[in-house]
Each structure stands twice: as structure tokens, then as C-alpha cells.
Ligand binder design. Structure first.
Ligand SMILES: [Zn+2]
Length: 297
């Protein structure tokens, strides 16, 4: 590779990493989280936020009540009043800037405000809040959730929205571990063999062993969960922050699948009952006669 193409490649990697950093600050990190802009990736991330050039992202929409695509645009923040007159040049570039992300399905707006201080870009405002978005997501699959799971998921989401990642993760991990144990029970109830030494397995091994009961994406990426086998106190804040959205996404997928199964069972039961009612009203005799007339072989 020439020096020029190597440099292009390097810049592309930095741009991708910066876009992820900027997007995470918007939709994953809580209020008062920040990006360190003293390194190149952070500086590019700041530019991407200021110019709203982070592309589209998928996020739960509180109005549509499902995950939709959002497109980001920059919102001007006027710097007037407080002694500033029209035409007064500010000595420094504005330290406040804002973004609007718009749901492409129903044009719901999510608003974000950032503050640049020293070498950091800080998220100082967001509406709707992280908690509103996450709780909305939880309500969508509320009916099938075990009350203890619901309570602890709510606690986890609330703590995470207030930037207490480690505390949030303790609760999320408990919900996750119970779901893994339930998946094992379900496998046995469905006539499968119990997995040998299940309790002694690492979390990633349990996820792999329960491939049929767990979301396919979680199984494929089970290496991510290997770190969960460490004691909760051994995980750093950064690890908790990085793992929270991943584990939460798997939990929501599992809950959705559980609800889907539950609805399917109800629909099947109702259909069976309706057929039984028809049969007991004499509808069955014609169908049985029809079967007898069908040619054999
Ligand atoms: Zn929407």
C-alpha cells in the first residue's frame, strides 16, 4: 500500500470509530456522559455531532412504540441577550450546540443539547429522557414479564439513565441469569436432556449450550458474554457501560420471543376450542364423510 492509501484507510477507521462514539453518546449513554476530544477520534466525533453528520441510527420510538430509523439534523442555538448585541462577535466559538433526531416513520423528534468544556463534549440535555425511551420499550412487552424481572429491569434502566452503569448492570445481570436458567428449564420441559454440569459452565458456554432456546444473534456472538463469568465487582465501569446495551438488547429479544410464543399458544388454544365447538354442533360429520370418499394411496 502507498502512504497515501494507508492514510486514507487510517482516516476511514477513525471516522467509523468517531461515528460510533457520537451515536453512543446520543442513544446509549446517560445525561452528563461525555466524549474526550483530546484525541483524534474524539475530535472527529465532536465535529460529527456539531455538523450532524452521523448518518441514520435505529432507536426505540416512544410514539411508534417500536424500533425505527432516526435521521439527525443540527439545530442552531442563538447566542443573544445577556449583554450580547446583534453583530457582537463572541470571543470563543459557542460552547452549546443542539441536535434533533427525527423518526422517519412518524416524524417524532428527539432533542439533544451538548456543552463543550475544556477537552470534553458533555451531553447536558435530552428529551425524551433515556428512562422514558427505555421504559417505553419495556411497556411494549410488559404483559408477559415476570414481576421480579420487570421490577429489576426497571431498576436497571433507571440507574443506567442516571449514569450509574455498575449498579444498573448488577440488576440487568440478575435478570439475564434468571432468563438463562429459565431457558434451561424450558429445554428440559420440552423433552430435551439437561445440560451436564450446567451450573459450573461459564456464561458464554451456557449461551452456546442453549442455542435452540436463545436468540440466534446472542448465540452467534456469545464470546461477548464470557466476561460475565467474572464476579460483578471485577467488572470495570467501562465494561458495565459497554455491556449494558448488549445484554439489555438480548433480554428484550428473549422477552419478545417469549411473548410471541405465549400469543401463539393462546391463538392455537382458541382455534382448538372453536373447532371443538363446531364439531360438537355436528359440523364434523360432513368432513368425516368427505375423508372417506378420498381415493386411497
Ligand atoms: Zn416514530
Amino acid at each position: 500500500m502507498t502512504d497515501e492509501s494507508e492514510e486514507k484507510m487510517r482516516l476511514r477507521v477513525i471516522s467509523t470509530k468517531a461515528a460510533i462514539l457520537a451515536r453512543d453518546l446520543l442513544i446509549i449513554k446517560g445525561l452528563y456522559s461525555s466524549i474526550d476530544t483530546s484525541d483524534e477520534i474524539g475530535a472527529v466525533a465532536e465535529q460529527k455531532l456539531r455538523t450532524a453528520s452521523i448518518g441514520t441510527f435505529d432507536c426505540y420510538c416512544t410514539k411508534c412504540r417500536k424500533e425505527t430509523s432516526f435521521i439527525v439534523s443540527a439545530m442552531p442555538v442563538p447566542h443573544t441577550g445577556g449583554g450580547l448585541r446583534n453583530g457582537n462577535a463572541l470571543a470563543n466559538p459557542p460552547t452549546l450546540f443542539a441536535l434533533r433526531a427525527v423518526c422517519q416513520r412518524d416524524l417524532t423528534s428527539y432533542l439533544y443539547v451538548f456543552h463543550k468544556a475544556e477537552k470534553r463534549v458533555l451531553k447536558i440535555g435530552q428529551a425524551p429522557s433515556m428512562a422514558d425511551i427505555s421504559f417505553g420499550e419495556l411497556q411494549g412487552i410488559d404483559s408477559s414479564v415476570d414481576p421480579l424481572d420487570r421490577k429489576e429491569l426497571g431498576t436497571a434502566i433507571g440507574l443506567f439513565a442516571h449514569d450509574a452503569a455498575s449498579g444498573a448492570f448488577v440488576y440487568l445481570r440478575r435478570v439475564f441469569e434468571r432468563m438463562i436458567a429459565r431457558a434451561h428449564t424450558k429445554r428440559i420441559e420440552a423433552g430435551g436432556d439437561p445440560i451436564a454440569d450446567f451450573d459450573k459452565m461459564r456464561v458464554d458456554e451456557k449461551v452456546g449450550a442453549l442455542a435452540e432456546q436463545l436468540p440466534e444473534r446472542a448465540v452467534r456472538n456469545r464470546a461477548v458474554f464470557s466476561v460475565l463469568s467474572a464476579g460483578i465487582h471485577e467488572l470495570t465501569d467501562e465494561q458495565c457501560l459497554a455491556l449494558f446495551p448488549v445484554v439489555k438488547a438480548v433480554i428484550f429479544q428473549m422477552l419478545e420471543e417469549e411473548e410471541h410464543m405465549r400469543k401463539k399458544q393462546i391463538a392455537e388454544r382458541e382455534a382448538d376450542a372453536a373447532f371443538q365447538a363446531l364439531l360438537s354442533n355436528g359440523f364434523g360429520s360432513a368432513a368425516t364423510a368427505g375423508d372417506d370418499e378420498r381415493p386411497q394411496g
